[in-house]
Write a protein that binds this ligand. Structure first.
Ligand SMILES: Cc1ncc(COP(=O)(O)O)c(C=O)c1O
Length: 1017
């Protein structure tokens, strides 16, 4: 073993020059260089070359000197491009020349080439140059892979594996606190690091890339030009190479961990590190410094003074103090991130699991935060009054400001986003421990602002890990840490801050909470650390961090690392991303643009129009991240953005879209699948793009088949937007802008059982209404005409979700057919299994129409429509004129249509519609028993109506109340409509995937709204 205290050789400059000349044939000038154990001279040869002449410490065993020689030979042979010293042989061909000093001691002399460059110690240590240093070391260690020499197996104080020996040198440290400081690092080393060292990769390493041994390119300060002094090389753990380089290069820097991370990045790029190696790095850096300061103290005792030893001592102490204040886990996270690993093992898996499963989590608030009207709390604005009052610890004023903002803007939930830059954190505890002079300003939790007392529930099962009070002003107040160990996900923790103190006695460590269980209540300012009431919710992927060690606010420069350690809880509580970022034009901007550029009679729903930016299943999400439960848009039959439909559409669109003039499988497959859902002779399909087109095509077929124009329609019906269909739509021609009934159109009374005259016997209602059709036919007959068509929706919808009385269509169809007409069912709104019991709503009447028209739900939002009829009618229509419709029946539309049919069948959606529809009807009936204003509830499957009347006897329509309920439901986040000649029927047509939970949500909102609206009457 080398005796570290053995004095260095002491040749004079003249002697050194003599050795150079006599043994190596070098003439020139000499100057001496600093060295710890050896003696080094720079020789500027007369031929312009520069050399280092090294007199090796006489205590250095011969096998070690041989080792260095072999090492330099190895590098020369295997990596000639590496900028490291090259050996010069003596005149006799030796690389180690024995020379006797004046004192009689024999020393070996070695001459190596001079490396050009500025010592890193004298250069600016930028991230770039440090990264270059890491790269250089990585290259070096790669070049040394596979090299072995007995001299490398040294026992040596500077071997990081021996760093624990520093404990024996603690006695040389005079100051008690300093000793305690070192003791803490040594304790960690003994407990966590040393036991793991034997399992680390080992190799021959340089082991002394201190900033005097590292040379920077004088022309390019971002590049390392050379590495010198292999005197400490040995066989040790590979990671020590990085640790040693870091320990010296980061001294005195404002952000030492960041600087070390640059070295790590560079090394990893050249020589990939393993995660377990990086895990030890922080402690190894510290222990290199501990070794240095303890050896220095020991040496001071023994040799009195050696300037080389003391060179890095003061900065090393300063750095040790800074490292002592840093959480090793956070520093390790920075190093891991520098290698591209998860900042903490499993971090990405946790974030991914939460993202994929969050739709199944229980709501954190009584109302799901996605469904509430939200606004950002203005903590991002340092000048805002609420921010100023919060920072100056005036929570009452801050709370008043926020409360009145919420009242004015109808905001239910305030959001303090993750990652927000904030000026409210004023205390000394917010000074960065990583970066000198910097403050922690980025919010690493997510705040939910609601009134004090608001109850908070855990979205997934949890075990209570800690419940405590943090009493500091602007601290957390009552604080809870929960541990979550979901299946298929690494464990993680959640932190719940600023709670009411009631949790302290209610919850205890080890308590198990199920998803949806109460965690706590938002505390008032007296209990929550002195803030406007809110929850600070934070995730931590490191479950070992104690509640108070979870960093609530972090440095901006480390945000990407904090993002992994403390992921944004937005997904955890199901906050739509639109809550935080708006895109496109404002609502007002779009309204103005529509006014100036679009047809003025395009109507917009609601006095306060909504801008939706995304749809997801039963939810429509507005531009501020509020999710509305969609109970109205029956077009998105399977729910918005159904993945199967989106995939079918994009796959086919990416492949081919043409028209029916070319052969394609999709159209015939689709026609076969679609007609298979229809009974009887309804076997010929053709396609269109809209419900109106389908009805127009049906009219052409009717005319071709019957040779007639005359049509009977039901009052208040709507069949489409072309003029010929407006003429068949009393809902249009009888209202504003309409031109009244055309002579070929005959209007039958709406067969509305609820509004049937009270003196009609129940079992005769169908017959009595059907008589009105007979009357129409009679009117025609008297005028020498006969009906070509009877057209009706199978459940008149615009007329107010009217369910035809049993037997009605059977009687009507018989009359119309007897008079030579055909019967068409408009299933544009009600088809595709919406009624649950049947594919097609006319089936409820036990009839088979001659033509069925389909639209809206057929493509789940993709514009397509269909007409299905009999062979006989199809043949009549085939009168020589071709039917071509550019877009209709194209391969993309047919792929979409097929996907819709597949999903309805695969997911049993008709059964779902029936089950949920029945449940809703039952709940509506229960409401009817409590609210007199509900005159009638009706529905089948997910086609439902609630008729409101001011008086159940007179059945006077409660139009205003219906409107108020519709608006109130919208305010509460549920979309529905009003319908009927008096607009007094609440119309509900939710997607076929509507769940029991969705139904309960709808009922809750309806109950709330009814209560609120009726109390205002
Ligand atoms: C019953 C009925 N038929 C036909 C249509 C027309 O369909 P589209 O708007 O797709 O042309 C509608 C549209 O609301 C409708 O409700």
């Amino acid at each position: 073993m080398i005796n570290l205290s053995h004095p260095a050789p002491s040749f004079s400059d003249a002697e050194a020059l003599g050795i150079a000349r006599d043994h190596f044939g070098i003439e020139g000038r000499v100057s001496s260089l600093a060295s710890e154990r050896d003696q080094n001279f720079r020789i500027d040869a007369s031929d312009g070359s520069i050399w280092i002449l090294k007199a090796v410490n006489s205590s250095e065993p011969k096998d070690q000197s041989d080792f260095q020689t072999a090492l330099l030979h190895h590098l020369e042979a295997n990596s000639p491009g590496l900028p490291v010293p090259r050996l010069r042989r003596s005149l006799q061909g030796q690389v180690l020349v024995p020379v006797q000093s004046q004192s009689g001691e024999q020393h070996f002399i070695r001459v190596v080439s001079w490396q050009e460059g500025e010592p890193l110690a004298e250069c600016k240590r930028t991230p770039e140059v440090l990264q270059s240093l890491g790269q250089m070391l990585g290259r070096l260690d790669r070049a040394m892979q596979g090299f072995m020499h007995p001299g490398a197996l040294r026992t040596f104080d500077w071997d990081i594996r021996a760093a624990g020996l520093s404990r024996q040198r603690l006695k040389y440290i005079d100051d008690v606190e300093d000793r305690a400081l070192l003791g803490r690092f040594i304790k960690r080393f003994d407990a966590h690091v040393e036991p793991r060292l034997p399992t680390m990769r080992a190799a021959i390493i340089h082991n002394d890339a201190n900033d005097w041994n590292v040379l920077v390119d004088t022309k390019n300060p971002a590049r390392i030009a050379g590495l010198i002094d292999f005197g400490d090389a040995l066989h040790s753990v590979l990671i020590a190479e990085v640790a040693v380089a870091c320990a010296y290069s980061i001294l005195d820097l404002e952000d030492p961990i960041g600087a070390a991370a640059s070295i790590v990045t560079g090394f990893h790029a050249e020589y990939p590190l393993q995660e377990q190696e990086v895990e030890l790095l922080f402690d190894l850096i510290a222990m290199r410094l501990v070794t240095s300061v303890t050896l220095s103290a020991q040496r001071k005792e023994k040799t009195d003074d050696n300037p080389y030893l003391a060179i890095s001592e003061a900065p090393a102490w300063a750095l040790l103090r800074r490292l002592d204040a840093i959480n090793p886990g956070f520093a390790t996270a920075i190093f891991r991130h520098a290698c591209g690993f998860d900042a903490s093992s499993g971090a990405k898996a946790i974030a991914g699991w939460i993202r994929h499963n969050s739709s199944t989590f229980a709501p954190v608030l009584a109302g799901h935060p996605a469904t509430l009207a939200k606004a950002l709390v203005p903590y991002g604005d340092p000048k805002n009054a609420m921010t100023v009052w919060s920072a100056s610890q005036e929570p009452e004023k801050a709370t008043d400001w926020w409360d009145s903002y919420c009242r004015e803007n109808e905001v239910a939930l305030g959001i303090g986003p993750w990652g927000e830059e904030r000026s409210v954190y004023t205390g000394p505890m917010f000074e960065s421990r990583f970066v000198a002079g910097e403050r922690r300003t980025r919010h690493l939790g997510l705040d939910l602002f609601m009134p004090a007392g608001t109850k908070l529930f855990t979205p997934i099962a949890a075990t209570v890990a800690e419940v405590l009070i943090e009493p500091d002003p602007l601290g957390y107040g009552c604080l809870i840490k929960l541990l979550h160990e979901p299946e298929g996900c690494p464990p993680f923790a959640t932190l719940w801050g600023h709670l009411a103190h009631e949790a302290l006695t209610r919850l205890h460590q080890g308590d198990v909470l199920a998803a949806g269980d109460l965690v706590g209540e938002m505390g008032a300012h007296a209990e929550n650390g002195g803030w406007a009431p809110h929850l600070h919710l934070q995730l931590s992927v490191d479950t070992a961090l104690s509640a108070l060690d979870i960093l609530g606010v972090g440095e901006a420069r480390y945000l990407p690392i904090w993002a992994e350690l403390f992921p944004d809880p937005a997904d955890f509580i199901g906050l739509p991303r639109e809550t935080f970022h708006q895109t496109g034009q404002s609502r007002q901007g779009i309204i103005a643009a529509r006014k100036s550029m679009l047809l003025p009679n395009l109507s917009i729903s609601y006095a306060e129009p909504i801008k939706f930016v995304r749809g997801e299943g039963v939810w429509l999400i507005d531009d501020h991240g509020r999710a509305y439960l969609d109970c109205f848009n029956n077009v998105c039959h399977l729910g918005h953005a159904h993945p199967d439909v989106v995939s079918a559409l994009s796959t086919q669109a990416g492949l081919l879209n043409t028209n029916t003039r070319y052969l394609h499988d999709n159209i015939v497959t689709y026609a076969e699948r679609l007609t298979a859902t229809l009974p009887g002779d309804l076997k010929v399909a053709t396609f269109a793009c809209t419900g109106s087109e389908a009805n127009s095509l049906m009219l052409r077929m009717m005319r071709a088949h019957t040779g007639r124009e005359e049509a009977i329609v039901l009052d208040w019906a709507y069949h489409g937007t072309t003029q010929e269909l407006i003429d068949l739509s009393p809902y249009k021609y009888k209202r504003k802008g309409g031109k009244g009934r055309m002579p070929h159109v005959y209007e039958a009374i709406i067969p509305d059982s609820y509004r049937a005259p009270p003196d009609w016997p129940r079992e005769e209602i169908a017959k009595r209404y059907a008589e009105n059709i007979a009357e129409q036919i009679e009117v025609m007959r008297k005028a020498g005409k006969a009906p070509g068509l009877f057209l009706a929706e199978s459940i008149p919808s615009v007329a107010g979700q009217v369910f035809l009385p049993d037997g009605y269509l059977k009687q009507v169809y018989a009359m119309v057919r007897a008079a030579g007409g055909i019967c068409a069912a408009d299933e544009v709104q009600v088809g595709f299994g919406r009624v649950g019991s049947h594919w097609w709503a006319y089936e409820m009447q036990d009839v088979v129409p001659d033509i069925v028209t389909m639209g809206k739900p057929i493509g789940n939002g993709h514009p397509m429509a269909a007409v299905v009829t009999t062979r006989e009618i199809a043949d009549s229509f085939n009168n020589g004129m071709e039917y071509f419709n550019t877009f209709a029946g194209n391969p993309v539309s047919c792929a979409v249509g097929l996907a819709v049919l597949d999903v309805i069948e695969r997911d049993n959606l008709r059964q779902n519609a029936l089950d949920i529809g029945n449940y809703l009807l039952q709940r509506f009936e229960a409401m009817k028993a409590r609210y007199d204003v509900i005159g009638d509830v009706r529905g089948r499957g997910l086609f439902l109506g609630i008729e409101l009347v001011t008086d159940r006897k007179t059945k006077h329509p409660a139009t205003e109340i219906a409107r108020a309920i519709n608006n109130g439901a919208r305010q509460r986040g549920v979309l529905m409509g009003t319908e009927g000649p008096h607009d007094n029927i609440l119309k509900l047509r939710p997607p076929m995937i509507f769940s029991r939970a969705n139904a309960d949500h709808l009922i809750d909102v309806l109950e709330d709204t009814f209560t609120a609206v009726l109390s205002n009457q």
